[in-house]
Design a protein around this ligand. Structure first.
Ligand SMILES: NC(=O)c1ccc[n+]([C@@H]2O[C@H](COP(=O)([O-])OP(=O)(O)OC[C@H]3O[C@@H](n4cnc5c(N)ncnc54)[C@H](O)[C@@H]3O)[C@@H](O)[C@H]2O)c1
Length: 359
């Protein structure tokens, strides 16, 4: 059971493979033979996954395989966090023909992607995303990077991998909250681009929260297809790629404010998507029925659907105005025009933005 997507970008094409038991069955020979390989593994990824990968790679006659385990959090996603990776490459005299493999969530794929883009001015890269969010989002599209001086992802490069392998068996050890964070991004993709996927998600989550492997492969595939399509048409974020920020203008503000401390990125985006949908309704771009359907799906997926009681509206206004300053005095919202279609709305009336958080 595997599905394939071809991502085509001006700086290179590559295949994204989605399926179950992929790491043990993929024939890596065309990428691996006679090459020095460094696997950079998130320490939370179970060792059995690494071993399965290591056996597959060994069967493909590499010159050598080294493994570096890294601790991942938004603090280690930094210059300091990159140093051990560069040190291993340097100490082992990895040459330009070496191959890096990122095995972990979005933090790992962002960091390893950045190392691949910059070590010896660019070496080959395989991304093996092991969280749902990194499968449907971070590992596709070639955006890599680290955090610097308190800002997220402000140093990085666009750098495309040679291959992305999404094995849903890697997701079995994920915490529920990390899994749900990925579901938020899948819902986002359905809302901005695919009404049928939205309906499929409604059907899945209205029954129960247990996804079969088949359902999971299918929704990871359909969601990744949307991301792949958008980034193929806008590799360097000059146009439609901005639509992927649906729910994120609110989400960033929610993540930044103290009264919602502890909200994960997915939870903030989930709530942000409800507010952005409410704004779309207030701007008469979606019907009240569509707004209700969106709220219900986000609720049934286990994401927050109400503004928490301790929410401080003044903190929210302050966080939004900070973003407004950074964005040259214009706040950019992604709004819906029906289910499965989105557009950019610049600087909507402030009273409507405030009304939109009144759920
Ligand atoms: N490059 C892009 O286009 C893009 C897009 C979206 C997000 N991102 C970035 O991705 C990051 C978020 O991604 P994420 O949610 O995957 O975060 P993450 O990498 O922090 O992973 C989430 C958690 O899951 C753990 N984990 C990873 N794989 C696991 C596994 N198989 N089993 C058990 N635990 C596992 C990690 O150790 C971590 O604790 C952010 O830094 C964000 O900026 C990048």
């Amino acid at each position: 059971m595997s599905k394939s997507i071809n991502v085509r970008t001006p700086s290179g094409d590559y295949e994204v493979l989605i399926g179950s038991k992929l790491l043990g069955s993929y024939n890596f020979k065309w990428l691996v033979q006679n090459r020095q390989i460094l696997i950079i593994k998130d320490s939370m990824v179970p060792n059995e996954i690494l071993e399965t990968l290591r056996i597959s790679l060994s069967n493909s006659q590499p010159m050598e395989i080294k493994v570096l385990e890294i601790e991942t959090n938004e603090k280690t996603k930094s210059f300091e966090g990159l140093i051990p990776i560069f040190e291993v490459l340097n100490a082992n005299k990895f040459n330009r023909d070496c191959l890096l493999i990122g095995l972990g969530g979005g933090i790992t794929t962002d960091m390893v992607g950045f190392v691949a883009a910059s070590y010896l001015r660019g070496v080959d890269l395989i991304q093996i995303p092991t969280t749902l969010l990194s499968q449907v989002d971070a590992a596709i599209g070639g955006k890599t990077g680290i955090n610097f001086a308190g800002s997220k992802n402000n140093i990085g490069a666009f750098y495309q991998p040679k291959l992305v392998l999404m094995d849903i068996d890697c997701l079995k050890s994920l915490s529920k909250s990390d899994f749900t964070d990925g579901i938020a991004e899948i819902i986002k993709h359905s809302l901005i681009a695919d009404k049928n996927l939205f309906t499929k998600l409604e059907n899945i989550f209205s029954k129960n929260n247990e996804l079969s492997d088949e359902d999971l492969v299918q929704i990871v595939y359909e969601s990744s297809l949307i991301k792949a399509f958008i980034v193929s048409n806008d590799e360097k974020e000059k146009g439609d790629r901005a639509l992927l920020n649906f729910g994120h203008t609110y989400g960033h503000a929610f993540e930044a404010i103290q009264s919602l401390e502890g909200f994960s990125h997915g939870q903030a985006v989930g709530l942000g998507m409800i507010c952005a949908s409410h704004l779309s309704f207030l701007l008469k771009k979606i019907s009240s029925d569509e707004f209700e359907k969106i709220k219900n799906l986000i609720k049934s997926a286990g994401l927050p659907h109400e503004i928490p009681e301790n929410f401080d509206v003044n903190d929210f206004i302050e966080a939004m105005s900070r973003d407004k300053k950074i964005l040259d005095k214009k706040l950019r919202f992604i709004t819906l025009r029906g289910l499965g279609s989105a557009e950019i709305t610049e600087d909507p009336p402030e009273d409507l933005v405030l009304k939109s958080i009144n759920l």
